[in-house]
Write a protein that binds this ligand. Structure first.
Ligand code: COA
Length: 388
């Protein structure tokens, strides 16, 4: 049988619905987190994100994701101690990071650092991912990024300080000084908000790799690659670029109109699952109001309002709202991070979700191996090039 594209249909292929981008397809069972898209609600292990953000520490959230329940005081102290002990990087990993050109993107440096860690510390990160490995890898993310951040400025890495939380340690290792509470507090809330988010692209990637029986560093290296894309985690620096390009309140309308007329997407708006406002955007908006300068917040707010109005006018049947990335830009800038460190900072948080998903996958594993709808030809005849 020949189809309209001239190709031969393959008779043993099941004809199944093929949602573009797997939209609506259930790819795994998870008890970790869920996005209630219609309601604009996010739940981690039974807790609404509003219960946790600003109340729980990042380490409590990490413990919750890994273990399925919140820690008591003793368990939290033990986790903080283990994270502290696991933060120093093997010297060969630092060598690999310092061999990168200073023009490399921080997400590429993180991906390379995690991959190098898997190769260099292969005795620790062996083929069967476990909770100790998850904690050790999470502990090392700030140090990998900070080592690269400093390397590209010609600076030596800073040794982590025992007793620092993840947010404090990250800022200390990046900037080489004791972090100010006005910086580590908003960063801590940001980290709790980004820790997990249902079956997003990078999480799915980590589960696919884990399902093959591969090791934790391989699964997380793949996830970092998926997170880097602007349709997933790569948007917040582009939000900053957009706000900087707009520059002033009277340029908001012309700038947005031009971008939409050119068919561009406005960064920080729209979501595959949320059909209401992303609850994380609401929390981050409140934090941005406190943490960023009044001028930057006013410009962000004006841009958000006009972008929403224009999107609703141009695409009335699409429910496009502010997503997490929009105010991440304001909060992370206020904390002192440059735009290209925004997505890597997202990863400092999300590694807890990725590793939890890997552990959940391996606890009840079945190889993830879907089908494809074959639309190619099947009946071509090979004609050899005359051998010389
Ligand atoms: N700006 C302008 N238009 C947008 C838009 C945006 N940010 N987000 C979606 N749309 C439009 C699309 O152009 C499309 O319109 P059309 O059907 O008339 O062609 C429609 O809304 C639906 O888009 P679709 O591509 O089906 O949505 P998706 O579920 O595949 O994409 C995102 C979701 C997040 C990739 C998308 O909203 C986007 O690109 N946002 C900007 C990047 C961003 O903020 N990423 C961070 C995500 S947390």
């Amino acid at each position: 049988m020949t189809g309209s594209n001239g190709n031969t249909a393959v008779s043993d292929q099941p004809i199944l619905p093929k949602p573009e981008g797997l939209e609506g397809v259930v790819a795994a069972s998870t008890a970790l987190s869920h996005v209630f898209g219609e309601e604009g609600k996010l739940v981690y292990r039974g807790y609404d994100i509003h219960e946790l953000a600003g109340h729980a520490t990042f380490e409590e959230v990490a413990y919750l994701l890994w273990n399925g329940r919140l820690p008591n005081r003793q368990e939290l102290d033990a986790l903080l101690q283990t994270l502290g002990a696991q933060r120093p990087l093997p010297s060969h990993v630092i060598d690999v990071i310092q061999a990168l050109p200073d023009t490399a993107q921080p997400m590429d440096a993180l991906r390379t650092g995690v991959s190098a860690l898997g190769a260099i510390d292969s005795e620790h990160f062996d083929d069967v991912p476990d909770l100790n490995e998850a904690i050790a890898l999470t502990a090392k993310f700030p140090g990998i990024l900070a080592a690269f951040f400093r390397h590209r400025q010609g600076l030596d890495p800073v040794n982590p300080k025992p007793g620092h939380t993840t947010a404090q340690s990250y800022l200390h290792q990046l900037f080489g000084k004791e972090p100010d509470e006005k910086h580590w507090r908003p960063l801590e809330v940001y980290l709790t908000l980004l820790a997990d988010h249902g079956m997003n692209a990078s999480t799915f990637t980590s589960r696919v790799i884990a399902s093959t029986g591969s090791d934790l560093c391989s699964a997380i290296t793949g996830a970092i690659g998926a997170l880097k894309g602007p349709l997933h985690g790569g948007a917040p620096s582009k939000v900053l670029d957009m706000l900087e390009a707009i520059g002033a309140a009277d340029n908001v309308d012309p700038w947005l109109t031009n971008a939409l007329d050119r068919g561009e997407r406005l960064m920080g708006f729209g979501h595959r699952v949320y059909k209401a406002e992303d609850p994380r955007a609401e929390i981050l908006r409140g934090m941005a109001a406190e943490a960023s300068t009044p001028e930057f917040f006013a410009l962000s707010r004006r841009t958000e309002e006009r972008a929403l109005a224009m999107l609703h006018e141009r695409k009335p049947d699409r429910r496009l709202y502010t997503n997490v990335e929009f105010y991440s830009a304001a909060v992370l800038s206020a904390v002192g991070l440059p735009g290209d460190m925004f997505t890597p900072t997202f990863a400092v948080s999300r590694v807890t979700g990725w590793t939890s998903h890997v552990l959940e996958q391996v606890a009840n594993n079945r190889l993830i191996r879907p089908q494809s709808e074959f639309v190619g030809a099947t009946d071509k005849t090979f004609v050899a090039i005359e051998r010389r």
